[in-house]
Every structure is written in C-alpha cells, then in structure tokens.
Design a protein around this ligand. Structure first.
Ligand code: 3SL
Length: 241
C-alpha cells in the first residue's frame, strides 16, 4: 500500500486516479456528512455548484429532502440547513436525502469522484476508515484535503496524519515504505504533535478562527472528537454517498 497526501483539490493530480480517495474536510463538510448518515439520512448528494443543487433537489419530494448550503461559513439563503453537523439530528435528517454544497468540501469530493472508492472522513469516523482500508487493502490511497479556497488547512492534514499513523502501526511497515510523498510524513508529524490537543489546534487554524468569529464554538468541539461514530460514507455513484 502507498499513501499520498494532497493538501487541496488544486494540488490533487487530475491525470490519474487512486484505488481509494479519502476526502477530508474536518471543518466541517465531511464531519457533517458522516453525522447525517449516522443519524439516518437516506443518502448525501454533494454539489460544488449551488444552482445545480437547487435544480436537482427540486425533482425530489419536499418531505424527503433537505438542502444544506454553506458559503464563507454561513448558511445560503433558501436552504434548510447550513453546514453544522450539530443540525443533523435524527429528528431532522432521518429518511431524507441531504443535498449539500459547501465552499471547499464538496469541491474536493467532486475532484476525485472518478476513483473506484471514495470515502468521506473526519476525526469523528477515523477508526471506521482505518478498519475499511485494512480490510480492502487498496494499493494506492490518496488523502485529499479540502483546504480553504486553494490554501492549506491544518485540520485536514492532521486528520490525514491520524489515519496514516494508525495504518502504519497496524500494517507494521516502515514509514518510507508506506509514504508515497513527503506530505504523508509531514501529516503524521503534525498529528503526532497535536493528537492530545486537537481542539487547540483548531483554534490556531485559520478556518477554525473563521468559525469562532461566527460563534461556532460547539461545532469545533464536536469536530475535534475522535472515533465517536462507527459510520463510513462511501460513494455509491458520482456525487452520492
Ligand atoms: O469549506 C467547506 O466545505 C465547509 O466545510 C466550510 S464551513 O466549515 O462550513 O464553513
């Protein structure tokens, strides 16, 4: 197995696909997607384009859909939800399809949607991801961070490091055998330094600070929890998990 970390969709190669792509948007899209599926959502349909989301979801029965839209951290007008995982309660999402478009996370999902396996992962479902990778044994695994409008995000890379670190331990192979690029080694080092203080790391992160300015303290606390959900969003068809 070879692991590769790409910090943003813009840095992700477009001329090849891995056996498995793990999309990470810890703050907050992949945390929200995992939470919604765990709460009983029928499926998640992700869009990079808000207009397309509105068109496609219009054809869905209103009582069976929820529209979640976020730009710049705030909810998009006309949607039922923004991008807070805390809004994805069973009472709200059970049995409904969540149509979601976010600034960066849904773009990251779209950039690897042709890979045979696409997973949406966050700290909350890290262990479920590790177990799945160990069972499937894909030869190439890409971690695709969502970043923020093309820039590196600490929290996405730290989560890539958390998964890579666990895979290295469980496979019991030397790091230089497992790491396909230098970014993997950097991600593991970042995670190892901050693993006991993830919430503090989020407070240092530029997007964490943006969310704190929007009063999303509880969201940060929730997203900083590790292994609380045994759920793994796996793409069933392009854009649908
Ligand atoms: O960028 C994204 O896709 C979002 O997750 C950003 S936010 O956390 O909803 O602000």
């Amino acid at each position: 197995m070879k692991l590769f970390v790409y910090h943003t969709p813009e840095l992700t190669p477009t001329d090849q696909v891995p056996d498995c792509a793990i999309v990470l948007d810890i703050l907050r899209a992949t945390t929200t997607i995992a939470t919604a599926l765990n709460a009983g959502a029928e499926a998640i349909q992700a869009f990079s384009d808000m207009e397309k989301l509105m068109q496609v979801s219009e054809q869905w029965p209103p009582e069976k859909r929820l529209r979640a839209g976020e730009r710049g951290g705030a909810m998009v007008a006309g949607c039922d939800l923004g991008n807070s995982p805390l809004d994805c309660t069973p009472e709200r999402v059970q049995g409904r399809r969540l149509f979601i478009s976010t600034t960066n996370g849904t773009r990251a999902l779209q950039c690897v949607q042709n890979a045979p396996i696409v997973l949406a992962t966050a700290f909350i479902n890290r262990l479920a991801t590790v177990k799945y990778i160990l069972a499937q044994q894909p030869e190439t695994v890409w971690f695709v961070g969502s970043g923020w409008e093309g820039s590196f995000s600490l929290e996405d890379t730290a989560c890539a490091g958390a998964i890579a670190h666990s895979l290295q331990e469980k496979l019991d192979v030397p790091l230089n055998e497992l790491a396909g690029n230098d970014e993997v080694i950097g991600a593991i080092a970042l995670y190892s330094q901050w693993k006991d203080q993830l919430l503090q790391l989020f407070h240092h992160a530029s997007h964490g600070k943006r969310l704190l300015r929007l009063d999303c303290h509880e969201d940060l606390k929730y997203c900083a929890q590790t292994d609380i959900l045994d759920v793994l969003p796996i793409q069933k068809e392009p854009g649908v998990l």
